[in-house]
Design a protein around this ligand. Structure first.
Ligand SMILES: [Zn+2]
Length: 176
């Protein structure tokens, strides 16, 4: 049995009762995601489970998914991009608890009594699932805005070794 996520998280109660939640969220309820995508095809979907682990820590696990439509950074057309995030969180009440967490578990810092919107959790994970540079696969791209020989974008000090996607693209083109 699972129900819709309440407006505010109550991790202590939810985990003691091993509660599960699932539901759909329209983009209109996630304004930060709304700024990052053109639109969603349908609603976002979440499934979350609260429980205590062997060390009595509050754990939140589950998935968030959505079908986003983004702007291709190469041709500025629309590109469909399925967002999918795996949630594996442990609620901690102080930064000192962080170092005891397993590596695959992200901390969720909550002061005792602090109120956190449930949907913020869903929205945060969807934001994390966004690609850094959305673009079509090569064959599906309508245009090519990549100039063949233009000065580096951003100028000096803005490029980090091995992390410049434009440089990498240029290399791929030369090779192919
Ligand atoms: Zn494109």
């Amino acid at each position: 049995m699972s129900e819709t996520l309440p407006v505010f998280l109550e991790p202590w109660r939810f985990s003691d009762l091993a509660m599960q939640f699932s539901g759909d969220v329209p983009l209109a309820e996630m304004p930060r995601l709304g700024e990052a995508v053109l639109r969603l095809e349908g609603d976002a979907h979440y499934a979350l489970r609260f429980q205590r682990d062997a060390r009595r820590r509050i754990r939140v696990s589950g998935q968030v998914t959505a079908n986003a439509v983004l702007t291709c950074q190469r041709c500025l057309g629309e590109v469909a991009y399925p967002l999918s995030g795996e949630i594996s969180l442990a609620v901690i009440e102080g930064l000192a608890e962080m170092e005891y967490l397993p590596e695959d578990v992200e901390p969720l810092l909550l002061e005792p009594g602090e109120r956190r919107r449930g949907l913020d959790l869903v929205e945060d994970e969807l934001l994390l699932a966004l690609p850094q540079i959305p673009r079509h696969e090569d064959e599906g791209c309508a245009g090519d805005l990549e100039p063949e020989s233009s000065p580096p974008i951003g100028g000096q000090g803005d490029s980090r070794d091995g992390e410049n996607p434009f440089a990498r693209l240029a290399e791929l083109k030369k090779g192919g």
